[in-house]
Design a protein around this ligand. Sequence first.
Ligand code: FES
Length: 106
Amino acid sequence: MPTKIAVCNGCCCGRIEKGNKEVPVDKLKQAWKENDLDQNVKLNISTCLGPCSQNNVSLITVDGQRIWLGSLEGEHYDSIIEWAQNIGENSELPESLKSQRFIPLS
Ligand code: FES
């Protein structure tokens, strides 16, 4: 199963006018392109994923497991890039991202 990440940039996530932090869409896309990261992790800049109240959400699917991350800001998106670069050696999330995990209400 391919590892995937959906980075939400929807109706709430990334909307500064709603008090959320910007999602660095261009930086993510560029990092993916420059490092050919699609080989490691499929990147999808997504519309609303559902749990808007978690502000700046991403959903990682790794080994069939869904990992929701919320309240992401600049440094977290940098950590996502780093994680995708190094996933060949270690797919485990760094602490800085683990701390952003949440369980969505179903
Ligand atoms: S806009 Fe991101 S979860 Fe709704």
